[in-house]
Design a protein around this ligand. Structure first.
Ligand SMILES: NCc1[nH]cc(CCC(=O)O)c1CC(=O)O
Length: 306
């Protein structure tokens, strides 16, 4: 057992909470181990003015941390799986995905109890094309405006009156001890979550066997298979968190049910597909193929070129 381990993470309060969650789990297994958390700023944190989907390059929130991992400045990287691109860089591996928090999106408003209550022209803050598309499909009378920044920043912008409501991941609000800010949890039929939403991923160097073995027990097999299925779908579609792509896998007995969605950002075309299976990679590929058969590749191509 190494006597010390360095965890790299973004500096946002949510990211630090997640890194501390990993540290606490490690210390339960190995009391007395020295686990240091090293925070870093990523380009996703710096480039706050541009809407997320307009920024080139994938993995804005993970790249700098992965660089530190490859350069051995840290031994472990902790990420929100939602922010981890479909393709892994050479030499790095997600060695464990922990048990999932609430996967749903949360509607947060100081005025309106439910999105049904939003009047014509109400302003909803979200920079996610996935959330925008699903909101506009159901509520075409709304105005969806960009909103970036960490959870506290977004809540402050809402409280300052820049928006009538905002949409955030329930997982982030719960982890930060802010569940009271959730006005209404959106059913997955209204807002299918992002690939990997609510799951924490732990990454290490592929050749660092000792660290990998240390981390392996933190994995939750059920969550890991679900996230694997979602990511398998996303990999086929070439999706990342900037695209209007959603997926959620859940266990139903001995099988997973994977639901996938691809939409135009205006919500006028929304493609759905679902399938059941127990092999996560095959399941993801099957749902992706069903979406492609309905025109998903064209929608994604148009968004990329926009
Ligand atoms: N894109 C930022 C991000 N990455 C992960 C979460 C929430 C936590 C999670 O989904 O695990 C958030 C904030 C949000 O979408 O509201």
């Amino acid at each position: 057992m190494p006597h010390s381990l360095r965890i790299g993470t973004r500096a946002s309060p949510l990211a630090v909470w997640q890194a501390e969650h990993v540290r606490a789990a490690l210390l339960r297994l190995h009391p007395g181990m020295a686990v240091e958390i090293i925070t870093m700023t990523t380009s996703g944190d710096v480039l706050l003015d541009a809407p997320l989907h307009a920024l080139g390059g994938k993995g804005l929130f993970v790249k700098e941390i992965e660089d530190a991992l490859q350069q051995q400045r840290v031994d472990v990287a902790v990420h929100s799986m939602k922010d981890v691109p479909a393709l892994q860089p050479d030499g790095l591996e997600i060695v464990a995905i922990m048990a999932r928090e609430d996967v749903r999106d949360a509607f947060v408003s100081n005025t309106f109890p439910h999105p049904d209550a939003l009047p014509e022209g109400a302003r909803v803050g979200s920079s996610s094309l996935r959330r925008r598309a699903q909101l506009l499909e159901r509520y075409p009378h709304l105005r969806v405006d960009d909103l970036r920044g960490n959870v506290a920043t977004r809540l402050r912008r809402l409280d300052e009156g820049h928006y009538d409501a905002i949409i955030l991941a329930a997982a982030g609000l719960k982890r930060l001890g802010l569940p009271d800010r959730i006005t209404h949890l959106l059913d997955i039929d209204c807002s299918l979550p992002a690939v990997g939403q609510g799951a924490i991923g732990i990454e290490a160097r592929s050749d660092d066997r000792q660290t990998r073995e240390l981390l392996a027990p933190l994995a939750d097999a059920d969550t890991q298979n679900c996230v694997l299925a979602e990511r398998s779908m996303n990999r086929v579609l070439g999706g990342d968190c900037r695209l209007p792509v959603a997926a959620l896998a859940r266990w139903q007995g001995s099988q997973m049910l994977l639901r996938g969605l691809v939409a135009t950002p205006d919500g006028r075309r929304v493609l759905h597909a679902e399938a059941k299976g127990s092999d996560p990679v095959a399941l993801g590929m099957a749902v992706a193929a069903a979406l492609v058969a309905q025109g998903a590749a064209e929608i994604i191509g148009d968004v990329r070129n926009a």
